[in-house]
Design a protein around this ligand. Sequence first.
Ligand SMILES: CC(C)(COP(=O)(O)OP(=O)(O)OC[C@H]1O[C@@H](n2cnc3c(N)ncnc32)[C@H](O)[C@@H]1OP(=O)(O)O)[C@@H](O)C(=O)NCCC(=O)NCCS
Length: 165
Amino acid sequence: MNDFVIRTASRSDAEGVAAVLQELVAAGKRSKSSDVDFAASHYITHPDQIVCTVALDAGSRVLGFQSLKRAVGGNPYGAPVGWGVIGTHIRPSAARRGIGRALFQNTLTVARASGIPAIDATISASNAEGLAYYDAIGFVDYRQHGGAVSKAFAVSNQPRGCAAG
Ligand SMILES: CC(C)(COP(=O)(O)OP(=O)(O)OC[C@H]1O[C@@H](n2cnc3c(N)ncnc32)[C@H](O)[C@@H]1OP(=O)(O)O)[C@@H](O)C(=O)NCCC(=O)NCCS
């Protein structure tokens, strides 16, 4: 049984999301913004946000989160317009416990309901754990550009394992 819970994020999770980013910065796994305002505006209330999902421990501490945004024209990842764009961030102290896999279950449920055809994951080619994670949950390479690898996941509107009848 998991020792964490998964739910959709709300504005009040911004501090917890920022704390995850700050732990990644301290571990040398992130160099971009990690303050509360950035966490709120970039991952939770962004106008292109489809869903942001958080994982919480028993004390309601945010262990990690996953963001899914709709790709608009000129998006910084070069993802096809109308696709989803995914990002996943887990506290290094909570890594490799299945949190990333569990977050994707919620993301995928919302992705199917949203009608997006596919999800883009653009990762630095040197980010071995990020590449391995997206491989493990079913993403496949479709583009390489400027030191980054873009992987794609085709979204079906049909829930998996739903046999006829
Ligand atoms: C990459 C990351 C999201 C993985 O999250 P996680 O919660 O540790 O992943 P899970 O425990 O659900 O692992 C799922 C599978 O991914 C693969 N995987 C995850 N981390 C891995 C690592 N460090 N090395 C090799 N494979 C790894 C494995 O196949 C794993 O399955 P297994 O544990 O049964 O072997 C997390 O380490 C992270 O946030 N890294 C820093 C930020 C980042 O690089 N994000 C990705 C780009 S947006």
